[in-house]
Ligand binder design. Structure first.
Ligand SMILES: *Cc1c(COP(=O)(O)O)cnc(C)c1O
Length: 495
């Protein structure tokens, strides 16, 4: 297996190169040029393993230039001791049809931990193979959860420095506190004036800035990306869909025949793309249900085949999905077009020149066959939190609630009652204020009084990483303009 660029298939890379580079030189994203199909016997074998074992089985298929020892080191390092009860991705049944895949039992209480606990291992192992003793400088633009998860993953990792940029108006107070209080000798955190797209565009510019690049080289450093366009972020996400299927096989063996639908609260399209890749590898996923908040650019794309980012940007109560450019969609376009790199290059050019593109009829058909797209606004999100709690005693965060809402709408519209897995992407305590406001009028002002009130009202316990924040020391929080990014980076790296 090789990795190729979505915009130019003749540019090939090994897994280590794809992970170390993050993005291909002409702007395309790395994708595997072949996929391994898992058989029934494979799944039965993998089902017997714990999460680390399952992770190793999947990683082996994608990281073919890693030795078994390296894969063992990476998977054990990432998933031992960092998740509640050593179960990174437990399934919780809502009823006999619907399961919630809880992806927030890691150190930052959001699903990005599943990938970002592993990425530092993959990246430092890759860098050793392809680079040459240069210091690894990680640049991250975050809509909130990536930043904290990357900081936790990379803190005090030998030979690395990490810089995180979050939008000053676009993260929750809890997310902000999580990042501003980050511990570690090699961490730097900045707020960028504007929204997530501003932060992301700023970081992308830095990556391609020739002056910055040569300045880094002079100082024996190299930029790396930890954003969800890195293949090292995607591969770990495939693992939990395979793992969820393995768990389902144990509790309801008929899942093998019925298959199951997957619902994903979506922003950058990484998580749902991983579900698609799992499907491609043989996990019997039927419909991929893509749930968006008021920033419903993907809903429109799935329904019409036209992607159009020229629209109002909304700041919502599910901020990690406040995105108008879903970067990982590019990989899906590559798939849908039958690996047509020329077509992907044209579509992406149109997106960057005009903010829009439209796919052809053949792709539209495939798109609507594979996906269902739906969206809801903040009021509907809050109503869903209350309804789900009242009906099932299950407390979901604002992002997960978008998924539950869209799923309910899907069932109402189609009558499809295939078993379903809903990805739950954050702990409700990360967005405690909104969640509590959905359930009760008794709104406190202080973030931690809200957390306690939510715990008392719902009789659920506060995750320890959130409880520990109350007495954490704030170290960061400087707000800067995106034009100042090169300067703050130079200052942080002392170059
Ligand atoms: C990042 C994030 C999402 C969106 O995931 P994508 O892979 O970008 O689609 C959804 N919910 C939460 C809580 C997140 O942190």
């Amino acid at each position: 297996m090789n990795y190729v660029s979505t915009r130019n298939k003749s540019l090939k890379a090994t897994a280590a190169e794809a992970i170390a580079k993050g993005i291909s030189e002409e702007g395309g994203l790395f994708v595997p040029d072949t996929f391994v199909y898992l058989t029934k016997a494979d799944f039965e074998r993998i089902s017997k393993l714990d999460y680390v074992g399952r992770a190793k089985e999947i990683l082996k298929l994608f990281l073919n230039d890693f030795t078994d020892e390296e894969i063992d080191y990476c998977a054990k390092g990432a998933y031992t001791g960092s998740f509640d009860e050593e179960r990174p991705a437990p399934l919780v049944a809502l009823n006999d049809k619907v399961n919630i895949l809880e992806l927030w039992h890691g150190p930052t209480c959001a699903f990005k931990d599943l990938a970002l606990q592993l990425l530092p291992y993959l990246l430092t192992t890759s860098a050793k193979k392809v680079a040459d003793g240069k210091k690894t400088v990680i640049l991250v633009a975050t809509s909130g959860d990536t930043g904290k998860a990357a900081l936790e993953g990379f803190k005090d990792v030998e030979g690395t420095e990490i810089l995180v940029f979050y939008p000053s108006d676009g993260v929750s107070p809890m997310q902000k506190l999580q990042m501003d209080s980050q511990k570690g000798k090699n961490v730097n955190v900045f707020a960028i004036k504007g929204n997530f797209d501003d932060a992301q565009t700023g970081v992308k510019k830095i990556f391609t800035d020739a002056d910055m690049k040569s300045l880094l080289l002079e100082n024996n450093m190299q930029f790396y990306s930890a954003n969800s366009i890195n293949w090292g972020r995607l591969a770990p996400q495939i693992i939990y869909y395979v793992s969820a299927y393995c768990d389902l096989l144990k509790t309801n063996p008929e899942i093998d025949n019925t298959g199951f639908n997957v619902v994903v609260p979506t922003g950058n399209f990484g998580n749902i793309l991983a579900a698609y890749y799992a499907k491609k590898m043989g996990v019997p996923i039927r419909k991929l249900i893509c749930a968006s908040n008021a920033n419903n650019v993907l809903t429109d794309f799935i329904n019409t085949g036209k992607y159009d980012r020229n629209r109002e940007f909304f700041t919502t109560i599910s901020p990690s999905m406040d995105i108008l450019i879903s970067s990982n969609l590019e990989r899906m376009l590559f798939e849908l077009s039958g690996n047509d790199d020329k077509m992907v290059a044209v579509l992406q050019k149109s997106l960057s020149d005009n903010g829009t593109f439209e796919v052809n009829d053949e792709i539209k058909l495939k798109l609507s066959d594979l996906f269902y797209g739906g969206c809801c606004d903040d009021a509907e999100t809050l109503a869903t939190i209350k309804e789900t709690f009242d009906k099932y005693g299950y407390l979901c965060d604002t992002h997960t609630a978008v998924a539950v809402n869209v799923y309910n709408g899907y069932v109402e519209k189609t009558g499809d009652n295939t078993p379903t897995v809903i990805a739950s992407t954050a702990s409700p305590y990360k967005f405690a204020k909104s969640v509590l406001s959905a359930l009760s009028d008794n709104i406190e002002n202080d973030e931690f009084s809200i957390v306690r009130a939510l715990s008392e009202f719902t009789n659920t316990s506060v995750p320890s990483p959130i409880a520990a924040l109350e007495n954490a020391t704030v170290r960061f929080g400087t707000v800067c303009d995106k034009t100042e990014m090169p300067d703050v980076i130079k200052a942080a790296l002392k170059i």
